[in-house]
Structures are given as C-alpha cells and as structure tokens.
Ligand binder design. Structure first.
Ligand code: AMP
Ligand code: GLY
Length: 419
C-alpha cells in the first residue's frame, strides 16, 4: 500500500519510518516533509503545505494513496479530514469537530466536565476585567490559557496574582479574545497517546516529555526537549483508571456530540500527590517528541493499527505488541530556541550516530543537494532503545557525541526522573 504523512517534524519522520517497516507499505510520501523524510528509503517529499487541502486531495487520488496520516493539529483544526473524506480518502485524524478537543480548551473542558472526568477547575472569560477579578478571588498559583491553538505559547503557569493578571492582558493584546483561567494542578505529568476508532480506545505505552529548555526542567517552555517511554509513573493500576475514568468516558462523550472520532486522543495528565490522574489537556494528534520514543518500541504494524481505527475495527484488533525495554529521545536544538535562532548550518555525523545504535529522527532540517542543513528550532530527535532506561540513556548520549552542527544545544539530563 501507499501512504501519505502530512507534516514536517520529528513526529512525521518517526511515523513515516515506522509505516515503512511494515511489509505491506511499499511507498510513503511526506508533505512537505524534511531532510529526514527526503533521505528515508522508500519515502519521497511533496511540495504541498499542510493546509493545501486541494493539492493534497488531488495527489492522493491521482496516485491511489491508500492511507493519509495527519501529524500536526493545525490542519486537523482547519478540517483536512472533513475535506479528504468528501473524496472517500482514508484519513487517520479527527474531523474539525473532533479536533476541537485540542483547538478549543473551553469546549474540551465542557465536554470533560459533562462526562464527570477529573480536570482542573476553571472558567472561560471574554473580558479581561472579569478574568482578573476571578484570579484575585482564586489566588495564586493559577494557570492562564489561550482558549484556541497557540503553538505551545498559550499557557502561563503564574506563581502570583500579578503575573496571572499580566498574562491575561498579554494574551488579549496578542489577539486571543477568549481565555481560560484554571486551578494549578501539582504533581507529575505523563502523556497517554491513545488510538481510537470512535468506539474503542487503546493507549500506546505511556510517555513523559521534558518541556523546558534548561536542565533540571528550568527556563522557557518549548515544544519538547526529549521524551522517554514506558513512563514508570503510569503503573498498571493508574493505566486502568485512565482507561475507565478518562479515555472511555471521553470517547462516549464525543459520540454523544455526534462525533465519530478517528485518530489519536493524547491525554496530557497530571498525576497528583494522592496518585489520582487529572486531565491537563487533550491533544488531537500524536505527541512530539513522545512519538519518537514510543514508536521504536511498537512491534505491531502501524499501518494495520491505523487502518483498523479508520475502518472501525479496533475492538477486534489483536493486543498491541511491544519490544522489551525502554526508549529515550534527546532533541538537538538550534542555539537560541525557543527564541530566535540561525538556520542553514551544516549537520554532520548522523550516519556515525546510527552506527553507534541510535535512530535519528529529523525535525527542523532541509536537504540541499547532498548537504543536510538546519531549518528549525528543534533539529533532530536522537533515539535509542535499551534493556532499561540507564542503558538507553547511556547509548543515546554516546551517539549524540557523533552529531555536530554550529550552535547545537541539547539537554544532558533527559530521563533524570527514571534513572
Ligand atoms: P500545553 O502547551 O497546552 O500542552 O500546556 C503546557 C503545559 O502547561 C503543560 O504540559 C503543563 O506543564 C502546564 N499546565 C497546563 N495546565 C496546567 C494546570 N492546570 N496546572 C498546572 N500546570 C498546567
Ligand atoms: N510534547 C508535547 C506535545 O506534543 O504537545
């Protein structure tokens, strides 16, 4: 079969890499892709932007593509699935209505509250003064969020009332007219990426990511500086509760709204000091970089699993098979990220790192002739598997030594919670 992956990050490289491991997948396209998907054997990049639905649909039809897998949230929120489904194209990823679970925090909160799911208590505001009054009444710490998609820049965990109130003004001035203010949950975060066909829901291995730029989980928030799986904090008991108290009620609530949700339900959870899982937020797609740590552990063919979701056959699908051990992904970023950074620097050493035992997923890269150049903030996701976390972490860092580009920055403490 032929597949098309929409997107250009490390997540999309990992999806294409895993799909191509299946004997049934003979060809993969990625649009617009990156240097990694350009170099991946069996994969070819296309020139269409992720929101160029018309050209994507035309290509899929002309080339008899059997499956489209959508990586990022933006095209899902814009309705890529609805558009392609009109041409009877098989798409893995929710419709625009389903993607609201990520694109509208207030909508998602209402859905979850209605289903009795544990979430952070809060309110939605369209007026700065009302939001500030609520903040003053609730006290700090408190969390202020843009209601709509904000590319990772819409959440402020404020330690003081003043900081929270300033965040309200800043978000409103940036153009976010609707704002969620909610209770600040304490505990440890875990990412559960679950696949659903709209009726049955199956979690992948639990993962954790490191959102902050600096070692010791300090400094500015980023898209994610590293990830690992399976996260030991998600014990079998906890996963059972997540399944019955969070994932299944979410799928039922979506169905009650008339939404046949096919895709990833990515639950960002806080495990509280009491050991209770609460939903911080839902995403409507695979996590990045969690996917780079989770997919190398998946033995089951991804194309078969995604097709079972699209065709509503997930209940009858055999239990997912996983490789033994642990996986760790360390992100190599451009100096300055998540602020301004240079592009166009030459990357070397990927082949050497792979010889040493890493799988190198590329994110912000571009192939120019035979030169691989940096083209984004997060450049590479270097991943290793090992019999345990210590082994995987040692391997990944020895592989990192082989890779080089001007301004390369990476955290040396990825996985510190599980060592
Ligand atoms: P997001 O970019 O929307 O995934 O959220 C970014 C991060 O903000 C989350 O991963 C949490 O670390 C933090 N966060 C969001 N909501 C809360 C909350 N209610 N309490 C504490 N931290 C939160
Ligand atoms: N790793 C965080 C995200 O994918 O949103």
């Amino acid at each position: 079969m032929k597949v098309l992956v929409v997107g250009n990050g490390g997540r999309e490289h990992a999806l294409a890499w895993k799909l191509l491991q299946s004997p049934q997948v003979e060809q993969c396209f990625c649009t617009p892709g990156n240097g990694g998907t350009a170099l991946l054997e069996g994969c070819e990049n296309l020139p269409y932007a992720v929101d160029d639905f018309a050209n994507i649909a035309e290509f899929v039809q002309k080339n008899n593509i059997d499956l489209v897998v959508v990586g990022p949230e933006a095209p899902l929120a814009k309705g890529i699935t609805d558009y392609l489904q009109r041409y009877n194209i098989k798409v893995f990823g929710p419709t625009q209505a389903g993607a609201q679970i990520e694109s509208s925090k207030s909508w998602a909160k209402k859905l979850m509250a209605g289903a009795g799911i544990a979430i952070a208590q809060g309110e939605t505001f369209n007026n700065a003064d009302a939001a500030k009054a609520y903040i003053a009444q609730q006290g700090a710490p408190i969390v202020v969020k843009a209601d709509t998609l904000a590319a990772g820049k819409g959440v402020i965990v404020a330690q003081t009332i003043q900081e929270a109130q300033a965040a309200v003004d800043e978000l409103m001035e940036t153009g976010f007219s609707s704002i969620v203010v909610e209770e600040c949950l304490q505990g440890e975060e875990v990412s559960i990426l679950a696949l659903t066909d709209g009726k049955t829901v199956r979690p992948l291995l639990p993962a954790q990511d490191h959102k902050r730029i600096g070692e010791g989980d300090t400094g500015l928030n980023t898209g994610g500086m590293g990830a690992y799986a399976p996260a030991p904090i998600a014990t079998p008991d906890l996963l059972e509760r997540v399944q019955t108290e969070i994932l299944e009620p979410t799928v039922s609530a979506l169905r009650q709204q008339g939404i046949d949700y096919c895709g990833v339900l990515y639950a960002g959870l806080m495990v509280t000091a009491e050991g209770d899982p609460k939903v911080l937020e839902y995403n409507c797609r695979f996590g990045d970089p969690e996917t780079q740590a989770v997919l190398p552990l998946l033995e089951t063919s991804l194309d078969e699993l995604l097709m079972a979701c699209i065709e509503g056959r997930l209940e009858a699908f055999p239990p997912l098979q996983w490789y033994e051990g642990s996986a760790v992904c360390v992100v190599a970023a451009s100096e300055g990220y998540p602020g301004n950074y240079e592009k166009g620097n030459v990357i070397t050493g990927i082949k050497e790192a792979e010889k040493l035992g890493a799988t190198v997923f590329q994110a912000g890269t571009q192939l120019q002739g035979d030169r691989l150049l940096t083209d984004g903030g997060r450049v590479l996701g270097v991943t290793s598997r090992g019999k345990d976390f210590n082994t995987a972490i040692e391997t990944v860092y020895s592989c990192m030594e082989a890779i080089n580009f001007p301004g390369q920055y990476y955290r040396r403490d990825i996985g510190h919670r599980v060592r």
